[in-house]
Design a protein around this ligand. Structure first.
Ligand SMILES: [Zn+2]
Length: 334
């Protein structure tokens, strides 16, 4: 499988075999501004090409899974809206399939895939009800209920970043005021910490960690405020879904040691007693790569469900040895 992740801060590619084995991986930061779907597809194709050509002998690509920071319709890989990338109605599956020269391309929202990754191979293994919270520029959530992804009627569920949490807060890209992501996201934290506008992504994270590490009071207070807002939103999710586990991914996971107390305090404030006590809040285990792991799992699910379909893809190269039973690690909780 080729797993790709398209976010505002970076694009990443990883080649993954059965059992989640990683063959190669590359992530590159990208300048804000190079965001068009065409440029993005070009960037990831260039990123993926050396990984694919360096695969070991007798290995071939069976499918591509793509994690996108946006609202994605899984049935045809149509990106309805990716507000932070500035995309609307992009037939991304089609574009990626043409650029990569393979038909089996599957798209999903990155928070949903982060949830799947942590559920299959990270902090959520063996947990039936979990919510993955992925902060970057925005905040998305991936919800797994009773072992299955909760996607909504068209796959648009989990946009909890746009739940209004503070009507007196800042205006969001979506048009509303005081969305969860405008109060607890990357930009809110940078603003409160007094970091100059324009510092984003990894550079922002590094700066925040340096400042927090040396005990800078403004930064620590900003982390406390943002952590509490994050926790209050999590408490709302706990009330709505009664999860066993909340997994903190993305941007917030990188700063979690500084956020943890405030997050737990915020969640206690807003969650009801019984579901609040049941829900554990943990930092993700797979780090920034959780959506990539999930993107590979998305394809792997289909391969395992119907390995015979691979034969029809490219009979000339079909190598039945690839799916020998001993290579398959079945997730314990499925
Ligand atoms: Zn919003």
């Amino acid at each position: 499988m080729l797993a790709l992740e398209l976010t505002v801060d970076s694009v990443a590619a990883r080649t993954v075999g059965l059992g989640g084995r990683v063959y190669g991986e590359k992530r590159v930061a990208r300048p804000r501004g190079r965001f068009s779907p065409e440029e993005t597809i070009e960037d990831v194709t260039n990123l993926a090409a050396p990984l694919l050509t360096s695969l070991p002998d007798r290995h071939r690509l069976v499918g591509v899974g793509i994690a996108v920071a946006g609202v994605v319709r899984r049935s045809d890989g149509f990106v309805h809206l990716a507000p932070n990338l500035g995309w609307r109605d992009v037939p991304l599956r089609e574009m990626a399939a043409a650029a990569l020269g393979i038909d089996r391309v599957m798209l999903a929202n990155e928070a949903d895939l982060g949830a799947l990754g942590e559920f299959r191979r990270g902090a959520g293994m063996g947990v039936g009800h979990l919510i993955y919270v992925a902060g970057e520029v925005g905040i998305g959530t991936g919800i797994i209920l009773n072992g299955s992804p909760m996607l909504g009627s068209a796959g648009y569920a989990g946009e909890a970043g746009h739940n209004v949490i503070n009507p007196g807060g800042h205006r969001c890209r979506c048009g509303a005021v005081g969305c969860w992501e405008t109060e607890a996201g990357e930009e809110a934290l940078a603003r409160r910490a007094g970091i100059p506008e324009g510092m984003v992504g990894q550079a922002l994270l590094d700066e925040l960690r340096v400042r927090a590490g040396r005990g800078d009071r403004t930064t620590l207070e900003a982390l406390d405020v943002i952590g509490r807002w994050l926790g209050m939103g999590i408490g709302n999710l706990i009330n709505s879904f009664n999860p066993e586990l909340i997994v903190i991914g993305g941007f917030h996971s990188e700063l979690y040691p500084y956020l943890e107390d405030a997050v737990k305090r915020g969640a206690e404030e807003s969650a009801l007693d019984a579901p609040g006590r049941m829900a554990r809040i943990l930092r993700c285990e797979l780090g920034v790569n959780a959506p990539l792991v999930g993107a590979a799992e998305l394809v792997l699910e289909e391969v395992i469900a119907n390995p015979a379909a691979l034969a029809s893809l490219d009979p000339g190269n079909w190598q039945p040895a690839m799916v020998s039973e001993e290579n398959i690690t079945r997730p314990a909780s499925v």
